[in-house]
Design a protein around this ligand. Structure first.
Ligand SMILES: Nc1nc2c([nH]c(=O)n2[C@H]2C[C@H](O)[C@@H](COP(=O)(O)OP(=O)(O)OP(=O)(O)O)O2)c(=O)[nH]1
Ligand SMILES: [Mg+2]
Length: 129
């Protein structure tokens, strides 16, 4: 079974969060995600987070805090997701890889389809905003 370590950024501003649509060809494609990606060998989750958010969204993180770890087995792939709240950044986030992106009010997250592993995260965010 493939097992990957993934760094994920919950980019927050006011009461909104920045989400991106996963490409239909990707694993868990067609679902919304918080931007992020796989940690390279021997790369810490925090270093991977900074790199991925620069690559995928064009922002430089200035303030972030660890939020939660979630391990999930999709059957074809098992993931260990390290979620961080990103509350400070330089630049305006965009879909640098052509992905559809949106700022969504945290209270509206319930209307978006996320991968199964994200469900407890969405519930936790909605409870606090
Ligand atoms: N980025 C991200 N990945 C998620 C989330 N929830 C979730 O289950 N995943 C899964 C889907 C993928 O199996 C894995 C992340 O892979 P990825 O496709 O973003 O990795 P990457 O950016 O390094 O992409 P690539 O180089 O493989 O194209 O984690 C989420 O909220 N954000
Ligand atoms: Mg990615």
């Amino acid at each position: 079974m493939i097992r990957v370590k993934v760094a994920v950024g919950i980019i927050l501003r006011d009461n909104s969060v920045f989400v991106a649509l996963r490409n239909s060809k990707q694993h868990q494609g067609g679902l919304w995600e918080f931007p992020g990606g796989k940690c390279e060998a021997s790369e810490s989750a925090e270093v991977a987070l900074v790199r991925e958010l620069k690559e995928e969204c064009g922002i430089s993180i200035t303030e972030c805090e660890f939020f939660k770890t979630i391990s999930h087995d999709y059957g074809d792939k098992s993931v260990e997701l390290f979620f961080y709240k990103v509350t400070g950044f330089d630049g305006e986030p965009v879909g640098k890889e052509g992905q559809e992106v949106r700022w969504v009010a945290v209270s509206d997250l319930v209307s978006y389809d996320f991968p199964e592993a994200n469900k407890p995260i969405v519930v936790a965010l909605m409870a606090h905003y």
